[in-house]
Design a protein around this ligand. Structure first.
Ligand code: ADP
Ligand code: MG
Length: 269
């Protein structure tokens, strides 16, 4: 394992939470679009066999000839698997059900957790000029998610503003700790973002208060409101920023991108 090829390569962020339906894919797509709007070149890696990020970014199943699966198995170079999307500077490595294949599990023990790490550090990566890579994780703490955590500089955790939201988080934190101890000591938590927030709902406010009390600075100031435009956008194969650029959802994801950029600049200073 070596990082020497890419001293100033892209910042790699895993979007993870083992719960399904909490806003991982939505956050991946729209944060990516928001980062593109302010001039970044962004690569989304669809690491979920369900392929929702691929569909949401307009890559139809018949166009997913080379996918994350081939990338992981080193059967294709990044340049060949990264597809252009309708958003300028936003690229996607698509996924199909192939990704749930047992082949990955069968790869010799010491290597199989590092497949994505190694793929993203190919020498071929640098000339592509990506500033940020966002990895849309599947809803489990399986080998694919472990690959994402080992490949990444940080983890961004969407937390649905609902009862039991904080349950399950401790399991994710435990996995992050294990990955730090075993393979990726520098893995940071980029932040926790409350999603599907409904300001009129007491429960949303309670979950927010609970999260801020327990997790402090890890929780982003920005919260993503529940917004019907956000949920409609994928069926038009667009990020909400393109589907309804003035919507509350679009604004929130722009705010989240700005907050992440600000925090990273502060950290680097
Ligand atoms: P995950 O990837 O964690 O399974 P998704 O991003 O697919 O979750 O979101 C689950 C569902 O919730 C989707 O139907 C999505 O459109 C919807 N959704 C996500 N975020 C919002 C939001 N801010 N407002 C309204 N609906 C949302
Ligand atoms: Mg998803």
């Amino acid at each position: 394992m070596t990082d020497s090829v890419l001293p100033s390569g892209p910042k790699i962020i895993a979007v993870a939470n083992q719960k399904g339906g909490v806003g991982k894919t939505t956050t991946t797509i729209n944060l990516a679009a928001a980062l593109c709007e302010v001039g970044h070149k962004v690569l989304v890696i669809d690491l979920d066999p369900q392929g929702n990020a691929s569909t949401g970014l307009g890559i139809e199943p018949e166009d997913r000839e080379l996918t994350t699966y081939e990338l992981l198995l080193d059967e294709a170079e990044l340049e060949a698997v990264a597809l252009r999307t309708s958003t300028e500077n936003l690229f996607l490595v698509p996924a199909t059900v192939d990704l749930s294949s047992a082949d990955i599990e069968l790869i010799a023990n010491e290597k199989r957790s590092f497949l994505l790490h190694d793929a993203l550090r190919q020498p071929a990566m640098a000339p592509l000029g990506f500033d940020v890579v966002l990895i849309d994780c599947p809803p489990s703490l399986n080998l694919l998610t472990v690959n994402a955590l080992i490949a990444s500089h940080s983890v961004l955790v969407p937390l649905q503003s609902e009862f039991f939201a904080l349950e399950g988080l401790s399991q994710l934190m435990l996995t992050i700790r294990e990955v730090r101890q075993s393979a990726n000591p520098d893995l940071r938590i980029e932040g926790i973002v409350l999603t599907m927030y409904d300001a009129r709902n007491n429960l949303s406010q309670l979950v927010e208060a609970d999260a801020r009390a327990n997790l402090g600075d890890l929780v982003f100031d920005t919260v993503i409101p529940r917004n019907v435009r956000v949920s409609e956008a994928p069926s038009y194969a667009l990020p909400v920023l393109a589907y309804d650029t003035a919507s509350k959802g679009a604004k929130a994801y722009r705010d989240l991108a700005a907050e992440i950029i600000r925090k990273n600049e502060k950290r680097a200073a």
